[in-house]
Design a binder for this molecule. Structure first.
Ligand SMILES: [Zn+2]
Length: 201
């Protein structure tokens, strides 16, 4: 069964969203948050975004481009932050979405930075730079969920709620896109989902 997808992105990356919609057969909701919801009640804001924007989606795709980082400033990122928070919010009527981060080509070199020799286990680990310089905290803190279990020196897939993929791997064909969306959907029932942070500081 195809899972319904919501896409969170910066204006500059809209063409990627269009590509996903037109070429990969993804069942998606074509909406973006573009106005502030006026309330002091955080739970109300989350519910309202879920109802009016995310509706019955179960997976949120976060397009990681050159303007999606925490360091661009909170004001600049208010909509994508709200979209991810509402996606992560586990409400009574609407359970949380899985989060799939797609690294856009301009960000490959900034995020995939080779590997390093680990002093703890003696092995090699990939250096994947997911932090304030590359993404908003709503993504990074649910990708590198802290603290790591005792004795572990690196994050494995099971230690992450967010799923990460390169644009070229995702958009290969409709089958690849579906594979990554399915993998992300399954995280909702995974035990790591209990460690999700909705509004990181
Ligand atoms: Zn290690």
């Amino acid at each position: 069964m195809a899972h319904r997808v919501f896409i969170s992105h910066k204006r500059e990356d809209k063409s990627y969203k269009n590509y996903i919609q037109n070429n990969l057969g993804v069942d998606m909701i074509d909406k973006s948050l573009n106005e502030a919801i006026d309330s002091d009640d955080e739970d109300y804001i989350m519910r309202k975004i879920r109802e009016d924007y995310l509706s019955d989606s179960t997976v949120t795709i976060f397009l990681i481009g050159t303007h999606s980082s925490e360091n661009e400033g909170e004001e600049e990122q208010v909509y994508i932050k709200r979209e991810l928070q509402a996606s992560l919010f586990d409400g009574k009527a609407n359970s949380r979405n899985g989060i799939l981060g797609i690294v856009l080509p301009d960000m490959y070199d900034k995020i995939y930075r080779g590997s390093y020799a680990c002093s703890k286990c003696g092995g090699n680990h990939n250096y994947v730079d997911i932090g304030d310089e590359t993404v908003i905290k709503e993504f990074s803190c649910n990708y590198y969920i802290k603290p790591l279990a005792d004795g572990k020196c690196a994050w494995s897939d099971d230690d992450r709620y967010c799923v990460l993929v390169k644009w070229d791997d995702f958009k290969k064909d409709a089958e690849s896109a579906e594979k990554y969306i399915d993998q992300t959907f399954d995280k909702r029932q995974h035990h790591i989902s209990k460690k999700v942070t909705v509004r990181p500081k």
